[in-house]
Write a protein that binds this ligand. Sequence first.
Ligand SMILES: Nc1nc2c(ncn2[C@@H]2O[C@H](COP(=O)(O)OP(=O)(O)OP(=O)(O)O)[C@@H](O)[C@H]2O)c(=O)[nH]1
Ligand SMILES: [Mg+2]
Length: 373
Amino acid sequence: MAGPTENAAGDGLDASPMPNVGPDDIVIAVMGVTGVGKSTFIAHFSKTAKAGDGLESCTSNVSIHPARVGNRDIFLIDTPGFDDTYRSDTDVLREVADWLNQSFQANIQLAGIVYLHRIQDNRVGGSSMKNLRMFKQLCGENGLSCVVLATTMWSMVPRDQAEQREQELINKPEFWGRLISKGSQVLRQDNGVESATKIIEYILSKQKRITLKIQEEMASGKALGETSAGQEVEADIERLTKKHKEEMTWLKQEMQEAIRKKDYESQQEIKAIRAELAAKMNKAQEDRQRLEVNIEELRQQRISEVQKEREQAYQRDLEHQRVMMESKANLATLQAKKELEAQLLEARLKQQYADAEIQRLRDEKDPGPCIVM
Ligand SMILES: Nc1nc2c(ncn2[C@@H]2O[C@H](COP(=O)(O)OP(=O)(O)OP(=O)(O)O)[C@@H](O)[C@H]2O)c(=O)[nH]1
Ligand SMILES: [Mg+2]
């Protein structure tokens, strides 16, 4: 069994950001909100991609997938979306930024980015739009001519409605408008491998290499929290903290009211809500502090986080195997017990049959007193 320090190449947990990838290779990143279809897109060209089947985030680490598109060998990078089910935006940004920093330092530049968007999503303030804001800040303007903005899930919306939404995305500057005016290309991911191939081929036709804004910013010595993407996350934390403080003030008032009324049940409820809220406030502050890292600090922290994650995964694996072995053993005991019970029952029935037979033979031999009328 593999120990916690062993790891398959390219799952993003490696100390090296890009095992087997060099500066001459073509590397394309796929980004977008959780569940938009990033892994599905990559799986059209690579056996190593794993698409999800539920609403929860599936891809939680940056991962590299060797892929073949037409007759070209390239690498596709799967990325976790912001608004991940389990991780905060800070966690996701730290992971993506660390990976981008390392590739920058290894002289590996992206050939382009495929930014996916579900055609049914266009609500300002929703997670798709937050992802788009993060993407804009991460990417900056220089590489936008190598960005394809592609919509997925066309089969989920009536065609005319989907086309109307696509127009809205294109026309509104706060959606895709500004990106398009700086050179990004809109394409549709509406036909499996065929449309996916067109998207990759478009990027390949550009024959460029791009540096993202966050790579430049961090290479120039900025802390993660000082980069544009980091500022975006900080602004969200700020908004959240303000909301939490308001809720806390309101809860204090509610508590005073409950104390005045001697309503003990409400007091307990409010206490529990307050504790939960306090934990959230602490987490937000922790997240803010975790943005205060430069390239090297981030790298060192990520190495120990990854090591911890791997050890936890290893422990979970061991526990899983223990439970499996225990249930197998229980099943075997149960089966043995059932077999024994069946054998006992059979023996008992045989005994009863034999007793009855003996009794019958006795009755035949000695039919008892004959009563003569
Ligand atoms: N109808 C339809 N379903 C799709 C499309 N692309 C992906 N899906 C489905 O959507 C679900 C999520 O797809 P994934 O590829 O795992 O999404 P993801 O972006 O990798 O998600 P995370 O890893 O959680 O960030 C899967 O059940 C896919 O089969 C599409 O274009 N149309
Ligand atoms: Mg995925």
